[in-house]
Design a binder for this molecule. Structure first.
Ligand code: 2DT
Length: 223
């Protein structure tokens, strides 16, 4: 009936540094939710399958040089172009589990010397995007992450950059905490895959029930 529309899906974002296990855990979580009979879908940013994503891919593979601000705006555009699909999916009652989002956008760009003092500028183009219902930060030290195997050869896959990125993530978490709308959950990603998955499942199950109970619409990021 119209009094009881289907509850919307939850929007769950995973963030963390390279080799923290994000991609593995996103896959496991989607499987877990579907096994439990809940509609769920994985998304990831950058989405390299679009025209904008192809430019980003060329940049990350160092086939193309781009100005720091230009590429920052491309990463943001790559999120904005996904908004219709994202909103439609949530409204159909499907939970979205997303591998990186605007937090990666700001953390990586503001780790570059040119943009080190431009945190607000970096955030500005993502203001108003759909806000996550929860951010799951897979927490691991740089030393632990690097023990998992060497970096690949894409841009940004270097120790110093990753350490700075981690600091920027911490800043963004503190700002969200002060604002009080988007909760961050730190999960110890140095545990076994099963232990990490167990912690994540608990967080996500409680996020989904609170989204369903509160009947709150999707929020707007940093607005
Ligand atoms: P993957 O390794 O997850 O494909 O990411 N990045 C990502 C940015 O610099 N800005 C963004 O907005 C996003 C979403 C993080 C590829 C690299 O792109 C970085 C690592």
């Amino acid at each position: 009936s119209t009094d009881n529309p289907k509850p919307r899906g939850a929007f769950i974002v995973f963030e963390g540094v390279d080799r923290c296990g994000k991609t593995t855990q996103v896959g496991l979580l989607v499987k877990h939710l579907m096994t439990a009979g809940l509609a769920a879908m994985a998304m990831n940013f950058p989405d390299r399958t679009t025209m904008v994503g192809d430019l980003i891919n060329q940049y990350l593979k160092s086939k193309q040089e781009l100005d720091d601000r230009s590429v920052h705006l491309l990463f943001s555009a790559n999120r904005w172009e996904a908004v219709p699909k994202l909103e439609e999916t949530l409204s159909e009652g499907t939970t979205i589990v997303c591998d990186r989002y605007a937090y990666s956008g700001v953390a990586f760009s503001s780790s570059k010397p040119n943009l080190a003092t431009e945190l607000e500028w970096c955030k500005s183009c993502d203001v108003g995007l759909p806000a996550p219902d929860a951010v799951i930060f897979l927490d691991i030290t740089q030393e632990q992450a690097e023990k998992r195997g060497g970096f690949g050869d894409e841009r940004y896959e270097q120790s110093d950059m990753q350490k700075q990125v981690r600091k920027q993530f911490d800043k963004l978490q503190k700002e969200d905490e002060a604002d009080g709308r988007v909760p961050w959950h730190f999960v110890n990603a140095a545990q076994t895959v099963d232990e990490v998955q167990h912690d994540i499942n608990k967080i996500v199950e409680s996020t989904i029930s609170s989204v369903q109970e509160s009947k709150k619409p999707v929020g707007k990021l940093w607005k």
